[in-house]
Write a protein that binds this ligand. Sequence first.
Ligand code: ATR
Length: 484
Amino acid sequence: MTEQGNLAQIGVVGLAVMGSNLARNFARNGHTVAVYNRSTEKTRNFMANHGAEGDFIPSETITDFVASLEKPRRAIIMVQAGNATDAVIHQLADAMDDGDIIIDGGNALYTDTIRREQEIADRGLNFVGAGISGGEEGALNGPAIMPGGPEKTWEALGPLLESIAANVDGVPCVTHIGPDGAGHFVKMVHNGIEYADMQVIGEAYQLLRYGAGMTPAEIAEVFRTWNAGDLDSYLIDITAEVLAQVDAETGKPLIDLIVDSAGQKGTGRWTVKAALDLGIPVTGIGEAVFARALSGATNQRQATIGNLPSGTLTTLAELGVDRDTFIEDVRRALYASKLVAYAQGFDEITAGSADHNWNVDPRDLATIWRGGCIIRAKFLNRIVEAYNANPELPTLLLDPYFKAELAGLIDSWRRVVTLATQIGQPIPVFASSLSYYDSLRIDRLPAALIQGQRDYFGAHTYQRVDKPGTYHTLWSGNRTEIEA
Ligand code: ATR
């Protein structure tokens, strides 16, 4: 138990990697931090290893933990998502009083957060679902934080979170995103964009490696150069590091020894599911999620590798493609596909926000994602500027800056998609993003034919371009048109 007067400003429940690092980050920034873990041993280990880094109040029971917090009590839960989170929320709520704040810092599904917020509000407490991005390193040294929940909690939480968040140009990478599930929704889409961003980098690597025949070390150098330009970002930076890594045991590039089957924890899949429900085409994120699933379809790939006809393939050398020109074309295809993925992600956030009446300001996200999180990138500043110039932008791609960029990228993008097809290398996000772009750009889509088919087999009716009204053709009769 704590002595009166020595209370913690913030508490952390769950002292696995993320929880420990977050607790240490709070303590390093001058806060007294209450810590609790279900297994006491973890709490003891934490105190033994990090107790000297700041002021911690360890507890062995939830009741003591809650008693060690100053009011309004603020406790961040960093436990396994799902049932564990629900269990801890209710243990805390049982011990807390009106006005106290429970924060879930895990990667919860936003619909769970909406439900939890309601349950906790019914008990007179506050619940904040907060997306936290940046991995282990971010949690310790400054993550990007996306808290949702009641606006009134920001007064008690804001300064605490601002003190531990990453900071870019004096601006902390945290802000109140919107009510109930808004924070976790936005974190989910952030992760979806991260999937697409990683996949387009992967496709560029694939083309340089297996199209242009470059070594991982050479490609690492290319990524280093790219990181000095428009693509400057954490993910491009770590890509160069991964590609330059040599395996100590074999002396081979590490990348060649890593099994090419990508894992996923589910946030990308959630982003696509939510987008399907909202009717928002997040094709880049969708292809990225499917690409991971395909890479992991081990049995199927064992049966198909080298066992399906390729058709007539050619090589870049046979086509007389200059290597340096190709590298620059690939950079531009990557950049253009990345723009599409971000534009789609922001479309999903806008649609989700409208659907739930969250009032999320897209500029807030582009601002707080500039630091701490995995998709941190210089170009997010441009997104802030785009929405500053026109808050009602129908798509980011129409912003004058991005439009001008696309004008300089499009020819390279088309060339890369064509060449990749000719040499038989898969580029699902490059190609689908280009199709998405062309679909937005052209004036007639084959949807007219689909409407015709739907009317033919199901009398689903159609509208005409030349006059108002809804029509049906008597396909199985005399094929005259009637007004429906
Ligand atoms: P990480 O990915 O950071 O390693 P995680 O797997 O998401 O962590 O969550 C692990 C944490 O959730 C641990 O603190 C674990 O407590 P124990 O050390 O006692 O296992 C906690 N946790 C899991 N289930 C829990 C439950 N039902 N009640 C309380 N805490 C739980």
